[in-house]
Design a protein. Structure first.
Length: 116
């Protein structure tokens, strides 16, 4: 009897844990995060939200670090907005809102270009 009760309790716990994990993964909207690169060459950047960071490029045997963004697009259905021009993207939040209101920003998606 004790083993059967333990089995039921453990099974219920695992079921609830699985349902909660799936719910969190697929139904909870994750906020978009912005960043400010204060000095990419020294890897000194203020990460506000995991949206972007410094990217290393090598050209003509010279290494350069530049600020890059993962926040290059918007999705209207999840209420995602790009970061402002001075933080993450070439488009400001105001312009993104304009795109959203005119229906031009509906099918954008997020991409990751981070280079640690």
């Amino acid at each position: 009897m004790d083993n059967a009760l333990k089995f039921i309790v453990i099974s219920l716990f695992l079921l609830l844990f699985t349902l909660n994990t799936c719910h969190s993964r697929y139904y909870t909207r994750k906020p978009i995060k912005c960043f400010v690169c204060t000095n990419c060459h020294d890897d000194n950047q203020e990460i506000v939200d995991e949206c972007g960071g410094c990217k290393t490029t090598i050209k003509n045997e010279r290494m350069n670090k530049t600020c890059v963004s993962t926040c290059n697009i918007v999705r209207r259905n999840v209420g995602t907005y790009c970061c402002s021009k001075d933080k993450c993207n070439s488009m400001s939040v105001g312009y993104m809102m304009y795109l959203m209101n005119t229906g031009q920003g509906t099918y954008y998606h997020l991409r990751n270009h981070l280079d640690d």
